[in-house]
Design a protein around this ligand. Structure first.
Ligand code: NAP
Ligand code: COA
Length: 259
């Protein structure tokens, strides 16, 4: 549906890009002309994902980094720039989550998810800033959140608070970095059926049917739905869009409010 060269010449770094939604975004960007950098913790998964992309002829760099560690995130960004000569797009996609009633959640459990989701996103934005502002296309940051960050997320207080924090951070940066021609947006996916998260959080807990019914469309989304939104936001078609939260949730948020 997109012109095949819509991201030609751009370099995109995707945290958590070795699997799930992140890998779909990386593949889609690569197929549309971008050079892609995958950054996450597990080297085997990184190598496997990079091999898949290379087989398709996509120019890819895989860098091991834990987004909880600022030095590792900064090193990953610098490797990307050394390897490809620039960084134009950053997708903060890496996340961690588990269900746990808040009364039983340990301080370290809380800190772990806040560290991955919120602090990891801040580290990515901070480390990438000086390169993004030099992008001839205009820099672009996309962070993956969820509307459960705004509604509150019973059973996942840490992830809900982290995602709400990312939304606020993104709106702040959209204004602070607008003059540097850096656009900062978020995407709020609904439940995406073909992911490990939905398998663990909904399928294994027997909530699949209930969660499906909570969407207006009555079905889970696909990874490609999120990759398409991320492509649109990264492209020139969205050149005047910043500070936006694109909801790609099959109407789940509205139904939740109406129900
Ligand atoms: P996923 O399959 O669990 O992927 C998460 C990725 O993050 C993995 O590649 C993982 O790789 C990486 N990661 C985790 N901790 C990390 C760390 N400390 N440092 C670096 N990388 C780390 O998740 P997903 O379902 O594709 O979700 C992707 C994004 O969409 C997340 O932000 C999630 O919150 C959001 N989202 C998902 C859904 C859904 O239905 N799946 C709905 C709403 C929002 P390693 O383990 O190798 O590090
Ligand atoms: N219930 C309650 N507490 C839990 C938990 C669960 N299911 N899983 C982890 N914790 C707690 C641990 O007990 C620990 O706290 P403690 O030291 O007080 O005991 C703390 O969280 C950190 O756990 P640990 O296993 O050491 O963290 P980790 O850094 O190895 O892993 C996670 C981080 C827990 C987020 C892990 O699930 C992960 O790496 N996830 C990445 C993929 C993912 O979650 N994807 C979903 C995206 S939506």
């Amino acid at each position: 549906m997109f012109a095949p060269d819509i991201l030609q010449g751009r370099v995109a770094m995707i945290t958590g890009g070795a699997g799930g939604i992140g890998l779909d975004i990386a593949k889609t960007y690569g197929r549309l002309g971008a050079r892609v950098v995958l950054a996450s913790r597990n080297q085997d998964r990184l190598d496997h994902a990079a091999a898949q992309l290379s087989e398709e002829g996509i120019d890819v760099l895989a860098v091991r980094a834990d987004v909880r560690n600022y030095d590792e995130v900064k090193a990953a960004v610098e490797s990307a720039v050394t390897h490809f000569g620039a960084l134009d797009i950053l997708v903060n996609n890496a996340a961690g989550n588990f269900y746990c009633p808040t009364a039983e959640l340990s301080p370290n459990g809380w800190r772990t998810v806040i560290d991955i989701d919120l602090n990891g996103t801040f580290y990515g934005c901070h480390a990438a800033y000086k390169h993004l502002k030099q992008s001839p296309f205009g820099g672009c940051i996309i962070s993956i959140v969820t509307m459960l960050g705004l509604s509150g997320w019973p059973g996942a207080a840490h992830a809900g608070a982290a995602k709400a924090g990312i939304l606020s951070l993104s709106r702040t940066l959209a204004v602070e970095w607008g003059a540097d021609n850096i656009r900062v947006n978020t995407i709020s996916p609904g439940p995406i059926g073909d992911t490990e998260g939905v398998r663990r959080l909904y399928q294994e807990t027997g909530r699949e049917e209930l969660e499906r019914k909570k969407t207006a469309l009555g079905r889970f989304g696909r990874k490609t739905d999120i990759a398409n939104a991320a492509t649109y936001l990264a492209s020139d078609m969205a050149a005047y869009i910043t500070g936006e939260n694109m909801i790609v949730d099959g109407g789940r948020w509205l139904k939740y409010v109406a129900a």
